[in-house]
Design a protein around this ligand. Sequence first.
Ligand code: GDP
Ligand code: MG
Length: 224
Amino acid sequence: MEVKVVRKILDVNDAMAAQNRNAFGKQGVFVLNVMSSPGSGKTALLERTLSQLSPEIRCAVIVGDVATSHDADRLAKSGAPVVQVNTDAFGGDCHLAAHVIGAAASDLDLSAIDLLIVENVGNLVCPAEFDIGEDARVVVLSVTEGEDKPVKYPLMFRVCDAALLNKIDLLPHLDYDIAAARGYIRQIKSDMPIFDVSAKTGEGFDAWIKWLKKTVAAKSTAAA
Ligand SMILES: Nc1nc2c(ncn2[C@@H]2O[C@H](COP(=O)(O)OP(=O)(O)O)[C@@H](O)[C@H]2O)c(=O)[nH]1
Ligand SMILES: [Mg+2]
């Protein structure tokens, strides 16, 4: 019985995600879903990413947290339109569901956007289960979280198109084995692109931004 209920929720979500994908596609908007545990640096990465993409790529952000508009306040400084979703209004959901993205996107002028970035609610479990109508998914893992998270939370790494290993500026202070972390990621997804970055110093951003631009451009070329 419980399984059926869960299946039904996911079926409804998939239908909403397809609707979103169609609406975003019609407007030529590429959607990137950014996921990670809380504190791994999603917002910091996006602050720097937005500054490097603008004005060439017109970006907007939907950011999900259980509560507060702290992240929206930080990201709005980039000049990009930002919509903050607080899930405590509907039970404190641990993820952004497709219908929530659809509603949040209605606050944005999609015709003026090339790339819509979704900073999902921080955790490595639920967001991986909910398609939101995105074109690409990335997971951020910071070097303070331990090397083995990819094998502990494999679905997240299975559904993502790239992984960012963030906070590499801290490596000299840690016992973190970055080769082991890469090995665990590739154990789950052998061809996963992995970017070692520091949102603090900007190290490693050239390769990440290049991949992101190429991924966004590949879709618009395919659609043309
Ligand atoms: N040293 C260092 N700190 C970082 C880096 N990226 C983020 N942080 C810090 O990590 C904390 C959490 O970052 P935040 O962007 O809020 O993470 P989020 O919860 O995933 O959005 C903040 O104190 C950031 O300043 C980084 O590359 N290096
Ligand atoms: Mg954040």
